[in-house]
Write a protein that binds this ligand. Structure first.
Ligand code: IPE
Ligand code: IPE
Ligand code: MG
Length: 252
């Protein structure tokens, strides 16, 4: 059986690409009377659990929203803690990811990252570049708008250089220049913490994704929650703007 044939319940057609807005670390800490930043290490534990379990649920691509272009507005101490944790995660887990066939890709702007973070990001990608069993994307210094702006700039530069004509700009041309270029669109977008918004995540890519909002804070997220979100996904009917399958049959 290949990874994507069946999900944990034995049902076929798992959402192959699951993207998660990992939200609620601060509230998790606050509810325990702890400073906000102490929620983030607990969030990393939840990341480990979900990366480990996702293939068992038939997921082949997992994209995690870890730090947005807007999150630089957080207090400096909290930003430093998130940077520290990314480094710690890569340093402690990279060998395991390499062994397990996980290909790591960081989505988002490289410029603006502190040099040590840029280095660790490059190392994680280089060391896992040849893996193809499971695809882990970490959106870090990522914003959907910034990504679209960068793609538009890249297209404009190519037009200016005479390598591309404006007529050649279509969905595929733009898509290829996003930091998600080459990835399938997310089938399922999950957001934890009860908030029901996208917060600048995968604006283009989620055009026809199914959304599941869970009332669990990210540090409390377990593989069971992933299973619940996938079960909800299976109840949905995806139409992509077309007709409902039964109506097409009825219309002959
Ligand atoms: C998500 O948790 C993690 C990051 C954005 C880095 P938050 O830190 O946003 O937690 P809440 O939403 O304040 O509870
Ligand atoms: C989105 O969460 C970003 C990440 C999970 C990394 P935020 O907590 O930053 O979003 P808002 O501010 O609630 O919209
Ligand atoms: Mg939040």
């Amino acid at each position: 059986m290949t990874i994507a044939d069946k999900d944990k319940t034995g049902a076929p057609a798992a959402p192959l690409h699951v993207a998660i807005v990992m939200d609620g670390n601060g509230r998790w800490a606050k509810r325990r009377g702890l400073p906000r930043h102490l929620g983030h290490p607990k969030g990393v534990e939840a990341i480990r659990r979900v990366v480990e379990a996702a293939p068992d649920y038939g997921v082949r691509w997992l994209t995690l929203y870890a730090f947005s272009t807007e999150n630089w507005r957080r207090p400096a101490g909290e930003v430093a803690e998130v940077m520290r944790l990314l480094k710690l995660y890569v340093n402690s887990d990279l060998d395991k990811l390499v062994r397990e066939g996980v290909k790591v890709r960081i989505l988002g702007r490289r410029e603006g990252l502190p040099p040590d973070i840029a280095e660790i990001v490059a190392r994680a990608e280089a060391k896992t570049a040849h893996n193809d069993r499971f695809f882990l994307q970490v959106a870090f210094n990522y914003g959907g708008r910034a990504d679209l702006v960068d793609a538009a700039r890249a297209l404009a530069a190519e037009v200016k250089a005479g390598r591309l004509s404006p007529e050649e700009i279509d969905d595929q041309a733009l898509e290829r220049r996003l930091s998600t270029g080459g990835l399938p669109a997310p089938d399922l977008v999950i957001r934890t913490s009860g908030e029901q918004r996208l917060s600048n995540f995968l604006l283009w890519e989620s055009a026809y994704s199914e959304f599941v909002f869970l009332d669990v804070l990210w540090p409390d997220f377990t593989p069971t929650h992933l299973g619940e979100a996938i079960a909800e996904f299976h109840k949905r009917e995806r139409r992509y703007g077309g007709a409902v399958a039964d109506d097409v049959l009825a219309a002959g």
